[in-house]
Design a protein around this ligand. Structure first.
Ligand code: LLP
Length: 412
């Protein structure tokens, strides 16, 4: 959906330079068609198997994106009260919301109970006790799944790998049965499912399939003990290609493998994909401010910085950077850096790239997931606008912040 026509880069049918000129830069631009295509790939591949695709809100929580997915029938995986608020504001169905996270507060749990969410994915016994107590106060029964830690190695970046015994997430699968047993004493809880999530940006799906097998075995053991486990939540984690040569798992093929394991077991399946739905649907547009050369290096100074997209600085992640207009000029090798006062402020290092001149626009690719949501006002930089492209048209789904926004809520 992002493609060159003649020399110009388009998102769907809109030249990105038109958006850059109208909205200014830096700016995030998303393709609604890519988002819907990815969502439908999950939904259709799960087919007749009872399922809910709960989009992981943390990947991109813009109301416009959530509304798009809600209309398409998606459920949502949330990790905070704020995310629940966004889902409700976007018109999402609370009955299709699962609440994950290792540190849910009483206020957040109560808000979720009040909203009538589908299920809590619980990560500790004190959390189960808290949900039970708050459900009692409201006179309701809360459905829960225990997020188990299946102890499989997701082989991804250490900051986003979550399924090993040493990680803070979930309850060791070996201890899970005992925890379900003890939870029988909590009268306002119903054990409905088992959940897991082993990490993010997984380029190999075998660890997820291995985790699925382990969770299924646990489901059978629990059923043998009389628990009416009817649901399994496999989390998210499917990776996307950040570099041209990378081969990301294909959604439909992956889901077919999951489905083959779940067919005929009387289970409703939930999955929580984030990155694989929105990652490749977004770019960050930026403009070249200056070119600068030192004895050692060539720098392309752009108007987007680590506050706009922190992934390169935080995870050393690679995002392709391509020009909005191709020129015939030979490529250069350069560091692409922003205006923030830190050496760690870079979008790319030692990159073979277009010979971009001051005033030229560039697109930082695969920025739809964990891009805007991880942006900040560091260096008192107003956050970028977010723009949604729909076919021939585009609209602003989040306005560029103003200087007044920067000090909102502050007093002197
Ligand atoms: N479910 C749970 C419980 C999660 O913790 C996550 C992501 C997801 C689902 C969605 O995973 P996905 O399908 O997007 O891989 N900021 C990092 C990524 C952090 C992921 C955290 N958990 C990054 O920029 O790469």
């Amino acid at each position: 959906m992002f493609h060159y026509s003649n020399q110009d880069l388009y998102c769907e049918n809109v030249p990105l330079a038109d958006i850059a000129r109208q909205a200014g830069t830096p700016a995030y631009v998303y393709s609604s068609a890519i988002i819907l295509e990815n969502y439908r790939a999950y939904d259709e591949a799960l087919g007749a198997l009872p399922h809910t695709v709960c989009y992981a809100v943390k990947a991109n929580s813009s109301l416009g994106i959530l509304a798009l997915l809600a209309k398409a029938g998606a459920g949502f995986d949330i990790v905070s009260g704020g995310e629940l608020y966004r889902v409700m504001r976007a018109g999402g169905d609370p009955a299709k919301v699962v609440f994950s996270g290792v540190g849910k507060t009483a206020g957040e749990v109560d808000y979720a109970l009040e909203s009538g969410i589908h299920m809590f994915n619980c990560e500790s016994e004190p959390e189960l006790a808290l949900i039970d107590a708050l459900a009692a106060r409201r006179g309701v029964k809360a459905g829960f799944a225990i997020r188990v830690n299946p102890d499989v190695d997701a082989s991804t970046h250490p900051y986003i790998s979550t399924g090993l015994r040493e990680h803070k997430f979930g309850i060791d699968i070996a201890d899970a049965e005992a925890v379900y047993e003890r939870a029988r004493d909590l009268p306002n809880l119903t054990a409905e499912g088992v959940s897991c999530h082993i990490g993010s940006q997984l380029m190999d799906t075998n660890p997820i399939l291995e985790a699925t097998e382990r969770v299924l075995a646990l489901v059978e053991r629990l059923r043998a003990k009389g628990f009416a486990i009817g649901q399994i939540d496999l989390g998210g984690g499917l990776g996307v290609a950040y570099q041209a040569h990378e081969q990301a798992p294909e959604i439909r093929g992956f889901v077919a493998q999951v489905r083959a394991r779940l067919e005929g077991r009387g289970l409703r399946v939930t999955i929580e994909p984030g990155r694989s739905i929105v990652g490749r649907a977004g770019v960050l547009l930026t403009r070249v401010l200056y070119r600068k050369k030192s004895a050692e290096k060539e720098f392309v100074v752009v108007d987007a910085a680590m506050n706009d997209l922190i992934r390169p600085s935080l995870y050393r992640s690679h995002h392709e950077i391509i020009p909005l207009r191709k020129t015939g000029r030979p490529e250069i090798v350069a560091d692409v850096v922003g205006p923030v006062c830190e050496t760690g402020d870079f979008l790319a290092r030692g990159r073979n790239m277009a010979n971009a001149a001051p005033g030229d626009y560039l697109a930082v690719e695969t920025a739809g997931a964990y891009g805007f949501v991880q942006s900040s006002n560091y260096n008192s930089r107003p956050r970028a606008p977010e723009i949604l492209v729909e076919g021939d048209t585009f609209r602003t789904i989040r306005a560029r912040e103003t200087y007044a926004d920067l000090v909102r809520g502050e007093v002197k």
